[in-house]
Write a protein that binds this ligand. Structure first.
Ligand code: P1T
Length: 383
């Protein structure tokens, strides 16, 4: 079955008793047992729930894995995964990651004895050198948040496996429609399902998918023991989101391409960073390792901090908000918003400057989006 069909059918047989074509929301915490120690497949909803099972089965298929796990948030997914490791274990992480991921590693798991190292994952020689220290896990975002750097997932997977490290890839920005890290050699794929998977900015969730049975057993243990699971209603919203993922991603991408080309020619925009533009340093690599370029764009404006804030306040359709991947367009200022927990010197080194803005291009009319950005740039220029 093709991707679009699996998104609608895998894990989603009509319900046995009534024939309901939509998986019901099994809003229950527990399950009556026919006898002591005998159950019908579910004992307690932290361990398993039929609505969550459907979501997990479907996303595992879309990522080309064998086992899916749903969590209460993207951070819940990463946090639960980190419980597989022990004090003294090393983790090598992208230098450019979502600020909350950095905060979780630097402010929580570091204190519990895990040792974190950071590297520019686009520099394979630097990655190989850092692997000499023997990390158990390598954590990659590609594209990175917010610089949209493209990392060579297959090459990093080979380096990791030579050194006995697991490779985890945060696939939030691409979604499985555009990129499937497990097929490129990664061991674990992760999502903030809050973003494209849910797709409507109405639910917070996280996902892990793996192919290996032994690793899956350890993650299932962590999911049940740590307990950062989504409720049945949130699982259902995420499952509904998956059904239209393919359609939405195509539209996010075509709109983002139009926005990127338009802004690249705008005199008030100094730089447009979009992997779909031919001048992006990762363009050729992404064309090879993925099936598209996504809907996220970063910009450097011809403005100082105040001018940039004026732009951020002036858009009408692009809401000024954290998050991404919903049907509505969003815009945010990473230095002050999503990446405020990244130390200022690191932000500076990465290029997260005062005139740096991130766009999540939605699925509205592209003409309306271009007009909205143009009027905001005009207000910025006049300020
Ligand atoms: O917000 P949550 O569902 O817990 O997911 C965290 C997360 C993990 N990985 C990536 C790449 C992310 O972008 C996020 C969340 N990011 C935002 C809220 C944001 O605006 O970038």
């Amino acid at each position: 079955m093709e991707f679009e069909t699996r998104a609608i059918h895998v894990g989603q047989e009509p319900e046995a008793q009534t024939g309901a074509v939509v998986v019901p929301i099994f809003q229950t915490s527990t399950y009556a047992q026919p006898d002591v120690g005998v159950h019908k497949g579910h004992e307690y909803s932290r361990t398993s729930n039929p609505t969550r099972d459907a979501l997990q089965t479907c996303i595992a298929s879309l990522e080309g894995g064998r086992h899916g796990f749903a969590f209460s948030s993207g951070m819940g997914a990463i946090g639960s995964l980190m419980t597989l490791f022990e004090a003294g274990d090393r983790v090598l992480c992208s230098d450019d990651v979502y600020g909350g991921t950095f905060r979780l590693f630097d402010k929580i798991f570091k204190n519990l004895g895990l040792v974190f190292d950071y590297v520019d994952m686009t520099d394979l020689d630097a990655v190989a050198a850092k692997l000499e220290a023997g990390p158990r896990l390598v954590w990659v975002e590609s594209p990175t948040n917010p610089m949209l750097k493209i990392c060579d997932i297959s090459a990093i997977a080979r380096l990791c496996h030579d050194r006995g490290a697991l490779l985890g890839v945060d696939n939030t920005f691409m979604s499985p429609f555009f990129q499937r890290p497990l097929e490129l050699g990664a061991d674990i794929v992760m999502h903030s399902a809050t973003k494209y998977l849910g797709g409507h900015s109405d639910v917070v969730g996280g996902i892990l998918v793996v192919a290996d049975d032994g690793l899956a057993e350890r993650i299932a243990f962590a999911q049940n023991s740590f307990g950062a699971i989504p409720g049945p209603m949130d699982s259902w919203l995420l499952l509904r989101g998956l059904k239209t993922l393919a359609l939405r991603m195509e539209r996010h991408q075509s709109n983002a391409t139009a926005v990127a080309r338009h802004l690249a020619a705008h005199p008030r925009v100094r730089e447009v960073i979009y992997p779909g533009l031919e001048n992006h340093p990762g363009h050729a690599l992404q064309k090879e390792q993925g099936h598209g370029f996504g809907g996220m764009i970063s910009l450097r404006l011809d403005a100082d901090l105040e001018g940039t804030k004026t732009f951020c306040r002036a858009t009408q359709l692009f809401f000024l908000a954290e998050s991404l991947g919903g049907v509505e367009s969003l815009l945010e200022h990473p230095a002050i918003m999503t990446h405020a927990s990244v130390p200022p010197e690191t932000r500076q080194a990465l290029g997260i400057t005062d005139n740096f803005v991130r766009l999540s291009v939605g699925i509205e009319s592209r003409e309306d989006l271009l007009a909205d950005l143009d009027q905001a740039l005009d207000q910025m220029a006049a300020s």
